[in-house]
Design a protein around this ligand. Structure first.
Ligand SMILES: [Fe+2]
Length: 582
């Protein structure tokens, strides 16, 4: 069966994913093609066409179009919960009861139009809606490769109405144990505090998580934000997850928190440099998320975890690597699988895998995220020749060895190879690399290109054979979805990729999934004695990860980076160097 999954149901992170007979053959996020981070209010036209072209199929061959958003009947508890909790905004409460599927109908119209526009006939190819959290859950469970029973968890801002799903899966079927509904949303509260701390919701959550280790969670008691016990939680909408007249407004923008939050905590954070007391707010928020999540996990999933040791997790909150570190540390947990594209981009994979599975296909275990476009050396060379800046380029025999030599000399290197990653992390195919054993390399990368807030640590890619010693665990970690505490002896050897709290958000690299990247790290190991490279995504601050060779050249010439590899093409900026042919 051929299933095309499309996302974009909640006005951000549109994407497409294609399953053929249970195999995920292509997936990409629309932001990469549009060069517009999160591609808000866009639909996945480019990504859908890319998937079909890559698979070499015509639009008419698609059997189903799967979409991660479904209509909810009037008997659905989430609508009544929403109506009850939004009594203070009567228009919304009224709407949810009398017109509760308005967003679904808008989504459906847009997707049917997209299908028609790209040549898929909606009269012949069914449009199949999948409840949002089941799509997240499927993107974790069906791709985990777990056999037997497994606990399933999905936490995000919100889908149709649900914000959190606890369940279990067995023999290919996902069963819901408990759902929580808007406005009772852990992702929503984290997002609201993200806004309060001066970052963008659905984007800056990583920065809040990165800020947290600098602060002291005991300096503020954040329990007024969420009332919780072991079985349930209720968000205080007088402070956060606030709508309508309760919202704080500034320069015509409404925020998801109230003026009352400012009366309590002080003014909203502005600018990059202010620390105190905001680092303590970040620490308190992170702790509250961990406390509530771990409590509910124990209540609803504890028995299954004790029985099977397996948990799969998706939804935007599943990208919180510090929460994941605590989950992995639970006494009976043997394996945590987090869908690497845990936020809404991944729901295209989730909806498609759900529909493929329901249609009888055996969905394959996910082994990598290299699912996007790729370009040959010839195409990279042609891009250089056509580029207005007339790059000095050469073809090299052994790009991994050449790159390693430049890294060992203390240079940051832009590294572009193979198929673009799906999901928020660059995992060696669209990356900026550095030698993490050289103090100051993170500052050099920041000075040359990234200009990242210091809250955001740089991360390591580690050879699989060395990972257990460095990370003190043999838990699988191929996608930078977990933080681990770095062994004491290694902290001094790779200081540039260890965060304030002594952890690293690592990618463990295997030769099978990325032989060329593996070779590069081995070459660096030969020169510097460390089986680790610093890896950050190939983009400038605020931009999506690069997709094409032209994007890479734009980024390269818009930065102070000196070296760019694209397949076997090496582009240098230093005019003193020999070997330029272009
Ligand atoms: Fe979601």
């Amino acid at each position: 069966m051929i299933v095309l999954g499309l996302s974009g149901s909640l006005t951000h992170d549109p994407s497409a994913a294609l399953y053929i007979d249970g195999e995920l053959v292509a997936a990409a996020e629309e932001e990469r093609f549009l060069r517009d981070k999160h591609a808000k209010r866009k639909w996945p036209y480019h990504s859908a066409r890319f998937c079909l072209e890559t698979a070499g199929i015509t639009p008419g061959q698609v059997d189903r179009v799967a979409f991660p958003f479904a209509p909810m009947g009037l008997g659905y508890a989430g609508r009544w919960h929403f109506a009850r909790r939004y009594w203070y905004a009567p228009d919304r409460a009224f709407n949810v009861l009398f017109n509760g599927n308005r967003l679904f109908r808008r989504n459906r119209r847009a997707i049917l139009k997209l299908m028609t526009d790209i040549g898929i006939d909606p009269d012949r190819t069914p449009f199949v809606p999948v409840p949002h959290h089941l799509a997240h859950a499927s993107s974790a469970y069906h791709l985990s490769g777990f056999s037997g029973r497994a606990a399933v968890l999905s936490i995000d801002g919100k889908g149709e109405y649900a914000t959190t799903l606890f369940g279990y899966a067995e023999k290919g079927r996902i069963h819901t144990i408990k759902e929580f509904y808007d406005p009772d949303s852990l992702g929503g509260v984290y997002g609201a505090i993200t806004q309060y701390l001066g970052f963008e919701m659905l984007d800056g959550e990583f920065k809040v998580m990165g800020m947290a280790p600098y602060g002291d969670p005991r300096r503020f008691d954040f329990s007024p934000l969420i009332r919780y016990d072991a079985r349930s939680f209720t968000v205080n909408t007088r402070l956060v997850n606030t709508v309508g007249l309760r919202r704080y407004k500034q320069d015509g923008i409404g925020y998801y928190f109230s003026p009352r939050l400012l009366d309590w905590l002080g003014p909203k954070r502005e600018g990059d440099e202010i620390d105190d007391p905001y680092i303590d707010h970040a620490a308190a928020m992170q702790k509250l998320l961990e406390d509530v999540s771990l409590g509910l996990i124990d209540t609803y999933l504890g028995d299954i975890i004790r029985e099977t040791g397996q948990l799969c997790f998706a939804g935007g909150v599943a990208l919180n690597v510090k929460l994941n570190q605590k989950i992995i540390a639970l006494p009976h947990l043997k394996e945590l699988f987090v869908q690497p594209a845990a936020s809404d981009a991944g729901t295209a994979i989730g909806a498609a895998s759900y529909v493929a599975n329901a249609g009888g296909d055996r969905v394959e275990k996910m082994t990598h995220v290299y699912l996007g476009p790729s370009y040959t050396t010839e195409q990279c060379r042609a891009a250089c020749e056509a580029y207005p800046e007339k790059p000095a380029w050469e073809i090299v025999d052994d790009a991994p060895a050449e790159a390693a030599a430049l890294l060992a000399d203390g240079n940051p290197v832009a590294w572009f190879q193979g198929r673009m990653e799906f999901g928020p992390r660059a995992l060696g195919n669209r990356s900026i690399l550095g030698d993490p054993s050289q103090p100051g390399i993170a500052d050099r990368i920041n000075a040359q290109i990234k200009y990242r807030e210091r809250w955001r640590p740089f991360c390591p890619s580690i050879l699989d054979r060395a990972a257990a010693e460095i990370l003190q665990t043999d838990h699988a970690a191929p996608y930078m979805t977990f933080a681990f505490t770095v062994a004491k002896a290694w902290k001094e050897r790779i200081p540039e990729v260890v965060h304030e709290d002594g952890t690293a958000r690592a990618q463990v690299v295997s030769r099978d999934t990325n032989p060329r990247y593996y070779a590069l790290i081995e070459e660096l190991e030969k020169r510097r004695g460390i089986p680790v490279v610093l890896n950050t995504s190939l983009n400038r601050r605020g931009e999506p990860i690069v997709c094409t060779p032209e994007d890479a050249l734009d980024m390269f010439y818009g930065s102070d980076l000196q070296y760019l590899f694209m397949e076997d093409v090496l582009v240098r900026k230093d005019p003193a160097d020999e070997g330029g042919m272009g």
